[in-house]
Write a protein of this length. Sequence first.
Length: 275
Amino acid sequence: MSQVVTADGRVLTVPPRPRGRHRTVLAWVAVLAVLAVTALTMAPRVGIDADLSAVAGHWRNGASKIVALLAPDWAFFPRTVEPLVQTLQMAVIATAIGAVVSLPLSLWAARPTNPDRWSRGALRVLLNIVRAVPELLYAAVLVAMVGVGALPGIIALVLFDVGIIVKLVSEQIEAADTGPLEAATAAGGTQLQVNRSVAVPDVLPGFLNQTLYVLELNVRASAVLGLVGAGGLGLLIDAVRSFYRYDQLSLIILEILVVVVVIDSASAAIRRRLV
C-alpha cells in the first residue's frame, strides 16, 4: 500500500493495484486461440474442416446470387399476399395461445410463487426439454402427424413461445422484491390468492413486454417453418428457391423485413407505455 498526503494534511492510504490482470489477458488469449484452432484447423477430430479457399474459388456464384437479390421482381407481389397474411395469422394466434398458457406456468416455475420445489423442478426440466428442440424440428414432426398447413406451424410456435416466455418471466419474478408476497402471505392469504392479487399485477408489464418480443420472433420463425410444410411464406420461399428465382426471393425477404420493422416499432411504442 502507498500513502498520499492531501492538501489539508490528511494522510490517505491507497490500496494496491489489484493483482491478476495478466491472468485475465492470458485467459482471453487462450479462449481466442482455442476458437481459432477449432474453426480453422484441418484435422478432422479437432476442427470443423473449414476451407476458406472454397469461398475464394466460388465467389462468382455468390456474387451472381447477390446481384439477383438486388433486383426484386415486383410483379410477383400479388402471389405473396395470401402467404404473407397466413404467416401473420400464424404468428398472432401462436403468440396469443402461448401467452395464455405461459402466465400460469411462469408462476409455477418461480420460487417465490411456488414453494414446492418438486413440482417447480419438474416443470423446469420439462421446459428445458421443450427449449432444447428447435421449432423447425417440431414443425417437421407435426407436419408428418397432422399434415401440411398452418396448424403444425402454430403448434410448433406455441411450444417455442412457452419455453421462452416462461423462462424469462419466471426469472423476472425471482429477481423481484419478495416483500409484498411475504406481507400478503403473513396476512393469511393462500398461495393462490397471493399470486392472483400480488404477483400477477407486479409481473404483468414484464410479461406483456416478453409477449411482444415473442411476437416479433414468431413472424420470422413462421416464415421459415413453411420450408418443412408448415404453411405461410416458407412454402413460397421453398418453391421460388427450387427454381432459383432469387429476384422473387428478394421480394419476399423485403416483405418480411417491412413487417418485422412495423411490428418492432409498434412494440416499442407499447413498451414505452408499459414502463
